[in-house]
Design a binder for this molecule. Structure first.
Ligand code: SAH
Length: 346
């Protein structure tokens, strides 16, 4: 069955014509799905009974099923486990900040990038998510919270630029009129550095923020943490970041996960400052979230502050990511992984 929630308004108009319906029905349908977040065709009360029946018979209205929610007692962060129509499960996160509600979504079931410190990639890639499945994480969370979602970050499980076409369609449906209409400036896409698709994204004329997972200041070290660096070298990746800034005027965010004794020395900080100093950027330091399958440890507090100071002395914008939801299977992919592991044991 056709996945109707992944269709643009223009495509819906063509579908309505095909069904012998008036073109304006497409607008109504679009608003029901993406504005009013209806989960069933039968709730779309201003469509005729006949049309609703045709829709039910011929189209799939993707809806994620909430399997589990965990809410942090520390900061109100909630982690959600959703079941997809094909039975796979994914996770998403809601974070409450003073500037509003942020949702972090997954872009794939699993991941094939193999970053050494990341839990999402341990079991490899199952498949990319459909645009509707990315959207519905946000829709279900907004309904659950009863609050409008202000920011969306594509930083959950998966590599968004390894699911490129679906990502672009998702971004257009999310930020376009008639849907949630979230400002493009409030959307961030995080990548491990798939260079050709970073360049393609730069050419899409979107105003979203691009975050690059850097994690090391030399090609040698980056390769040991991120296998993708064997394919796309550091210089190439940084060139793609420069290109993104030139095309969009949007400042790049560099994510740098601090791993104790691996990438947190004074030398690392100096090298990083030299590497990104000429770029219009912002560095986000993330104390690594240890996963039990690997023996990486978090840098201690002094090393983290020291690293930050060194960057600041070089006039680099830097923040330390607040660790949210530490008490609820913190790191990316851990909630899904622990759920899958217990399912396997049954
Ligand atoms: N595939 C995208 C999105 C992944 S997750 C990317 O690579 O950017 C978002 C960020 O969290 C990435 O920077 C990723 O490297 C980082 N990350 C993953 N696992 C982590 C962990 N255990 N501790 C700290 N950061 C982690």
């Amino acid at each position: 069955m056709t996945d109707i929630k992944s269709m643009t308004l223009e495509e819906l108009q063509a579908e309505m014509e095909r069904l012998g319906e008036k073109k304006f029905r497409a607008g109504q349908l679009y608003t029901w799905m993406h504005g009013k977040l209806a989960d069933r065709f039968d709730n779309m009360t201003d469509l005729s009974r006949g049309l609703r029946e045709k829709l039910r018979e011929q189209y799939e209205l993707v809806r994620l099923e909430l399997v589990r929610v965990q809410t942090s007692a520390l900061d109100g962060t909630s982690k959600f486990l959703f079941r997809l129509p094909d039975g796979n499960v994914i996770e998403s996160v809601l974070m409450r900040y003073s500037h509003g509600v942020s949702v972090c979504i997954s872009s794939q079931v699993g991941c094939r990038m193999g970053c050494r410190f990341c839990a999402s990639t341990l079991d490899g890639l199952e498949r990319g998510l459909k645009p509707s499945e990315m959207l519905d994480q946000i829709y279900q969370i907004q309904k659950w919270a009863g609050e409008r979602v202000h920011n969306v970050v594509v930083m959950g499980t998966g590599e968004p630029l390894d699911n490129y076409d679906a990502l672009i369609r998702f971004l257009k449906l999310l930020t376009g009129e008639g849907g949630l209409h979230i400002s493009q400036r409030n959307v961030t896409v995080s990548t491990c550095g798939i260079v050709p698709n970073m360049r393609r994204l730069a050419d899409e004329k979107l105003q979203i923020t691009l975050a690059l997972s850097l994690h090391a200041s030399s090609q040698e070290k980056r390769r040991t943490l991120m296998p993708v660096a064997n394919k796309y070298g550091l210089e190439e990746v940084l060139d793609a970041c420069r290109y993104y800034f030139e095309r969009t005027g949007r400042r790049i965010t560099f994510e740098y996960s601090l791993v104790g004794g691996v990438n947190d020395s004074d030398e690392d900080a100096r090298e990083l400052a030299a590497l990104v100093g000429d770029l219009n950027c912002h560095v986000n330091l993330i104390p690594v979230n240890p996963i039990k399958e690997r023996d990486y440890v978090q840098s201690d507090r002094t090393a983290i502050l020291n690293f930050k100071n060194k960057l600041e002395k070089s006039k680099i914008n830097v923040t330390i990511r607040r660790e949210m939801g530490r008490d609820i299977d913190g790191a990316c992919g851990q909630l899904r992984k622990s759920y899958m592991d217990t399912e396997k044991e049954r």
